[in-house]
Write a protein that binds this ligand. Structure first.
Ligand code: LLP
Length: 392
């Protein structure tokens, strides 16, 4: 994670940009591998969290699979070295061409979310005389205790199959000769920090399997992602509690000896390794309310504007006296605000700030709104010179 002492030659690098601490990414990946291997679990990286090629290549190097939600993500994952046989493809609205692309590239499994989709996948698989592997994504109606925009496993959400739809799927499946049902899939939401939620999910999954498929023995079960990160104290908690997460499933999910449990983690793998680095353009306002206008905007990092998300911000240029600021971007929207009334060492034009915990759903959600540039990325392993000039 970038610290005040370690900005290095980046001080003169044009801002804004994403800074990736590849060392922290490596440590996180090692921890994920160790903690999941202990229970024989398989982990896929949710590409939607970060589709940066260098980051993806690094993750693929550690042998993780990929969880994709579009044909382009499948294509990118393959280009970045993920084994097609470890790629799963989810999403409520897979188009015909995306399904065909995934079939042609022999991905491991489709996570299917509607009866119509099963029929379409079957048709395309039949045309190719192949059998496509399918897992049904069930909507378990379990509360995720997270922001409503990132809750996906409640009955009012569009995701997954309801019990009614599963019963319909069970009737249709025997006639679909070119798909094979290999298992079940769940994902109830993101940024979940209360492990109790995953215990509830495991219990609900046990119950749904027994009620809906008492006669089937699936060898694949995917419990999704969702493990949260510490946005308030990223420096104290740079690596999430993978051990607690996996052991919760190990303790509570009923698994038979021929079953393999899979996960698809995004945020917890890449969240803490990325920071958005931005420069103060102007200080304005009154003695009552001071605004630090920075050169990154909501187009570079949309999480605060979209979800009211709060990211820790530090002044990398100064350790001086503290003042209170709203940190705002240049975009013509009131929502273009990264933080309200936060204490920071007194800012001046040209100071460099780091917005922490931006490795997940940061760069990948950037846009060209206001015709701004897409932010670029810098990686810690490529830096050479230590940062020396810090005002005090
Ligand atoms: N699997 C499925 C089916 C998903 O929909 C998601 C995330 C994941 C796995 C990965 O979840 P994670 O481990 O990252 O929590 N843009 C929002 C987050 C959206 C999450 C969408 N689905 C944000 O910035 O908070």
């Amino acid at each position: 994670m970038i610290k005040i002492e370690s900005l290095g030659e980046l001080e003169s690098t044009p801002t804004p940009f994403y800074f990736y601490d590849t060392n922290l990414l490596d440590q996180t990946l090692q921890r994920v591998k160790e903690s999941s291997a202990k229970y024989g679990f398989d982990v896929h990286f949710a590409v939607k969290a970060n589709a940066n090629r260098k980051i993806l290549k690094r993750i693929a190097f550690y042998g993780l699979g990929a969880d994709c939600v579009s044909g382009n993500e499948v294509e990118l994952a393959i280009q970045c070295g993920f084994n097609p046989n470890q790629i799963v493809f989810a999403g409520v609205g897979k188009t015909d061409s995306e399904i065909e692309y995934a079939l042609d590239n022999k991905i491991f499994c489709f996570h299917s979310e509607s009866v119509q989709e099963l029929i379409v996948i079957n048709e395309f698989a039949a045309k190719r005389s192949i059998i496509a592997k399918i897992a049904l994504r069930l909507n378990p109606d379990v509360k995720a205790n997270t922001h409503h925009h990132i809750t996906t496993g409640m009955i009012e959400n569009k995701f997954g199959l309801s019990i009614e739809e599963v019963l319909e799927a069970k009737e249709v499946l025997p006639s679909l000769k070119n798909i094979k049902l290999i298992g079940l899939h769940y994902h109830i939401g993101s940024q979940i920090t209360d492990l109790e939620v995953f215990r509830n999910l495991s219990e609900k999954a046990n119950q749904l399997k027994d009620e809906l498929f008492p006669e089937s023995s699936f060898n694949y079960i995917n419990m999704g992602g969702g493990l949260g990160i510490d946005y308030s104290n990223p420096s104290s908690n740079p690596i999430p509690d993978f051990e607690g997460y996996f052991s919760t499933f190990h303790k509570n999910l009923k698994v038979t000896s021929d079953q393999k449990v899979h996960f698809e983690l995004g945020r917890s793998i890449v969240g803490q390794c990325g920071s958005l680095i931005t420069k103060v353009t102007y200080i304005k306002g009154t003695s009552k309310r001071k605004f630090a206008v920075v050169d990154a905007g909501m187009n570079d990092l949309i999480r605060p504007a979209l979800y009211d998300a709060s990211h820790a911000i530090v002044n990398l240029s100064s350790k001086g006296d503290i003042s209170t600021y709203d940190v705002v971007g240049p975009v013509c929207e009131s929502a273009d605000c990264f933080a309200k009334e936060i204490p920071l060492p007194q800012l001046q034009r040209g100071d460099i700030l780091a917005i922490y915990s931006c490795g997940a759903y940061g760069e990948v959600m950037s846009s060209r709104y206001n015709m701004r540039e897409i932010p670029y990325a810098v990686y810690s392993e490529e830096r050479l010179v230590p940062f020396t000039e810090i005002r005090d």
